[in-house]
Design a protein around this ligand. Structure first.
Ligand code: SOE
Length: 382
């Protein structure tokens, strides 16, 4: 019997457009999938760039009209890789047209917008997926497994940081510094990831938060005329403290001005029986401290999480220690989307719109807390 296929329409042709295109292009080469993804149409605003992009990545069609593409009966899955402000509008239209939707993170600019997306998803009964790609780093999927095996025991601390330094005063006022387009700055971009990772690893929800936000660089050079400056309307850094349902306490720090840190997406979890530490800049490695060993053997173990026989996702990639990179996390995600569309289980839990709404609620609570200078209960965000 011929394998069933899914026709994909990708909206977006920049950074995420490239990451997703590569994922759809590679996924069926590395994974055995119950459905075959077809790169049907890519949508973007710049017609000239789009033509080249489509040809380079192997998209069968290209268009500048996302509404028309979404209503095309041939399309099965709409993949949203646009700036954040468009997620809601496109997702709502796609769900109404009866398509499955895969959306980039953060789910939306606000909790309210994210809630609208969840309502639309429920009404449509169509599957939704959110590209929190770091869940599919093998070392982080392994960290979850270690926690699920009970090797950390009761969790005391979650210490999460996402540190970048590309947002200094010389960086132009691109869309990521415009609140209307991005929703927030480092917060929605980076805290979104580490909140999702913390929820994913611990299986616990965040119940209350206390945050602070700072915009260090109030004006930035305009991209079209660097001699002139315009106002940045987002945070450069947001830090917050958190309490978890299982009794753990946590700290989260997202910044684009942590000079010297390029993509320091890191998390340490301390439990009664052990600890884990991960930093994306060494993404194939997971540090594990096993406090149940005799004392003379205790120490941090550096696990190279690349064994095809025993580490998540590696069965699809290379022999042991033939390491992988950023783009593989998107391929792993595309594989799980295809598995789910073919009625199979993903390798690790997949965030749908409803799950990503919980992360959005934490993000909104942290910003409200920063504005009000007080602790905020996450479920007070409605
Ligand atoms: C921003 O710098 C960014 O590219 C994010 O938008 C991504 O989501 C993150 O994974 C890496 O950093």
């Amino acid at each position: 019997m011929a394998k069933s296929t899914i026709n994909i329409a990708l909206i977006g042709q920049k950074f995420m457009g490239k990451a997703h295109s590569n994922a759809w292009l590679k996924v069926a080469k590395f994974f055995d999938l119950p459905v075959e993804p077809i790169m049907h149409t890519v949508v973007g605003r710049n017609k000239e760039e789009l033509k080249t992009f489509a040809a380079r990545w192997g998209w069968q069609n290209h268009s500048t009209d996302w509404k028309k593409v979404i209503s095309d009966p041939a399309i099965d899955l709409v993949d949203i890789g646009t700036p954040n402000n468009l997620h809601e509008t496109i997702a709502l239209a796609a769900l109404k047209a009866g398509k499955a939707v895969a959306c980039e993170k953060p789910l939306a600019n606000t909790f309210q917008a994210a809630k609208n997306m969840v309502t639309a998803a429920k009404k449509s009964h169509k599957p939704t997926f959110v590209w929190f790609n770091y869940r599919r780093v093998p070392a982080l999927a392994l960290a979850r497994q270690i926690i699920n095996e009970g090797r950390l025991g009761k969790i005391y601390h979650v210490r999460a940081q996402y540190l970048q330094d590309w947002g200094g005063p010389e960086t132009p006022l691109v869309w990521r510094f415009n609140k209307k387009l991005a929703g927030s700055g480092a917060h929605g971009d980076l805290n979104a990831h580490i909140v999702d990772i913390a929820r994913f690893l611990t299986n616990q929800e965040i119940t209350e938060v206390s945050g602070m936000a700072e915009t260090f660089i109030k004006e930035r050079p305009l991209p079209e005329n660097p001699k002139k400056k315009g106002k940045s309307t987002v945070d450069d850094a947001v830090l917050f403290l958190a309490r978890f349902t299982g009794g753990a306490i946590g700290s989260f720090e997202a910044t684009r001005v942590a000079t010297g840190n390029k993509n320091g997406n890191q998390i340490e979890i301390n439990g009664e029986k052990g600890s884990l530490y991960f930093n994306f800049e060494q993404m194939n490695e997971l540090m594990f401290y096993d406090a149940s060993l005799p004392q003379h053997l205790q120490g941090w173990t550096n696990i190279l999480a690349t064994s095809p026989g025993s580490h998540p996702y590696f069965y699809a990639w290379w022999p042991d220690a033939h390491i992988i990179g950023y783009e593989h996390t998107f391929v792993n995600m595309a594989a799980d989307i295809c598995k789910m569309l073919g009625g199979k289980k993903p390798e690790v839990p997949m965030p749908d719109f409803e799950d990503a709404l919980k992360t959005q609620q934490v993000l909104d609570a942290a910003l409200l807390s920063a504005a009000k200078k007080t602790w905020i209960k996450v479920n007070s965000i409605k």
